[in-house]
Design a protein around this ligand. Structure first.
Ligand code: NDP
Length: 458
């Protein structure tokens, strides 16, 4: 794939970039490694000052940064602005909290290990390679970079090939805030060039957010090099609606959760599992609300859903939906590609999904909702867990026993009760099964790229 900005609203290639040469890649790794070494001598207070300054710069460039996101990957301008602000907020969160999150502990009874004192401390690991996707071009990177840099690591970013302007923006952002040159650098490289960087002995660890094949490839290379890796892969999150739920609230939230980011988020609700007592009401209202969304130019503040980010992404959605329709699924709204330029796809609701259909097992990375009718909470759990994924989930119920049962029974990294899945800097984020390994964000996330050192004193 060329490293280029191709506007998904028009299909027009706006800018192309040459990939970095081997010499340029080597120089950037060397800069990152040197920056990591120099940062070991800096304090949390120094890094917090730089991080806050970088957050101020990002916020002061809100409109320009938001337009860049919308141009490169098609999210609506309102959601692009929200992403910029959320990223700046997360940077300040880690500036404020990193030191506390990385406080080690004293052994209460050092004599148990024949010591006069024994304690642990968190130290940075080194240069971390971050392989990132295009769906949240700033947020996905910041949620790695803000904690990692505050811990004293350096970062090398291999961003998705379709968001090079975001990659170059991030290439200078931290340095502009005051971090040493090289503390965070972007590599403009194709996916096939990742292996050599990951095997470089100056690179200590890797994190990848993206598809399962990319995750498996990076994990196996990291494994062969005995390097730590965090993976945040796809999801096919269930959204369970039980009879006691606030149905109107569930419908409104279901629409947002399925279509935010034009339906291209790992934690979008994708499978709507609804109790038969409220099924007709829910599906009727959900279909009407999905059909009422305004699809169009993402630069227009009134637009709810813009285009999909890539032509191949839309092709994937078209194939998934056609496979389901030919095998007997019913589209209560959407299901057909509109005419005209750009990679648009309408909000779509499909019912009658069976295990023979690809949609039953595969992730739909676009605004396509699958609806299932169930007789009980136990059947809802059975369908919710009948997937190779395990990222997040949502349950709608006002019955406390049912809530407790659903929370403990769903195989996922998170459960949101009477709400929708959202990533917050304060909450650990990540999945189980094929959705990934490790956690991002919060205390657990910042500790992923640290050396937990035990200290023993005679
Ligand atoms: P990819 O996984 O292909 O891309 C994500 C990142 O990984 C990009 O930087 C990409 O680089 C890189 N990459 C791809 N293959 C490899 C590899 N073998 N080794 C190292 N790096 C690699 O995602 P796509 O954009 O192709 O999207 C496909 C599917 O992935 C979606 O339909 C969705 O299911 C899932 N996805 C999940 C995301 C999430 O948030 N969890 C985000 C995006 C996608 P390059 O762009 O140069 O190929």
């Amino acid at each position: 794939m060329a490293i280029a900005t191709i506007n998904p609203t028009t299909g027009v290639t706006e800018r192309e970039f040459d990939p970095h040469t081997d010499a340029e890649i080597d120089e950037r790794i060397a800069h990152a490694h040197a920056a990591y070494r120099s940062m070991r001598a800096t304090s949390y207070a120094d890094r917090a000052d730089w991080m806050r300054a970088a957050a101020d710069i990002l916020e002061s460039e809100l409109d320009e940064a938001a337009r860049m996101l919308t141009t490169e990957m098609g999210k609506t301008i309102a959601q692009a602005r929200a992403e910029v602000l959320k990223s700046a907020k997360a940077m300040r969160f880690y500036a404020d909290n990193a030191e506390e999150f990385l406080t080690g502990r004293d052994l209460a009874d050092p004599s148990a290990v024949n010591a006069s004192a024994a304690y642990t401390r968190y130290e940075p690991l080194g240069v971390v390679l971050a392989i990132m996707p295009w769906n949240y071009p700033l947020w996905q990177v910041i949620r790695f970079a803000a904690p990692a840099l505050m811990a004293g690591n350096a970062g090398l970013l291999k961003h998705a090939s379709n968001v090079p302007q975001a990659a170059l923006y991030l290439d200078t952002l931290f340095e502009r805030g005051g971090f040493p040159t090289g503390a965070f650098r972007s590599l403009l490289i194709p996916a096939r060039a990742v292996e050599a960087v990951l095997r470089d002995r100056r690179v200590a660890a890797a994190t990848l957010t993206g598809s399962e094949p990319a995750g498996r490839s990076v994990a196996s290379i990291a494994g062969s090099e005995v390097k730590h890796v965090v993976l945040e892969l796809g999801g096919s999150d269930p959204f369970i609606v039980m009879p006691s739920a606030d149905i109107d609230g569930a419908v409104a939230t279901a629409v947002t959760s399925r279509t935010v980011n034009n339906g291209q988020a790992c934690i979008n609700a994708k499978r709507f599992i609804v109790h038969r007592d409220v099924y007709d009401e829910f599906v009727g209202k959900f279909t009407a609300a999905m059909a009422a969304l305004r699809v169009g130019d993402p630069m227009d503040d009134a637009t709810d859903v813009g285009p999909l980010a890539t032509a191949s992404g839309r092709d994937d959605i078209v194939e998934l939906v056609e496979d389901a329709l030919t095998k007997g699924a019913v589209a209560t709204t959407g299901g057909a590609v509109p005419e005209g330029a750009g990679w648009f796809y309408p909000p779509t609701v499909l019912s009658g999904i069976t295990p023979e259909m690809r949609l039953y097992a595969e992730e739909a990375f676009g605004p396509v909702a699958s609806v299932y009718r169930v007789d009980s909470a136990a059947e809802a759990v059975e369908i919710a867990n009948d997937t190779t994924f395990g990222l997040s989930s949502a349950v709608w119920t006002r019955d406390e026993d049912e809530e407790a049962y659903l929370v403990r029974s769903i195989d996922a990294g998170a459960v949101f009760i009477n709400g929708m899945s959202i990533s917050y800097p304060e909450l650990p984020f990540g999945g189980i099964k094929d959705s990934g390994v490790g956690r991002e964000l919060s205390v657990e996330g910042i500790r992923e790229f640290c050396n937990l050192k035990s200290v023993w004193k005679a």
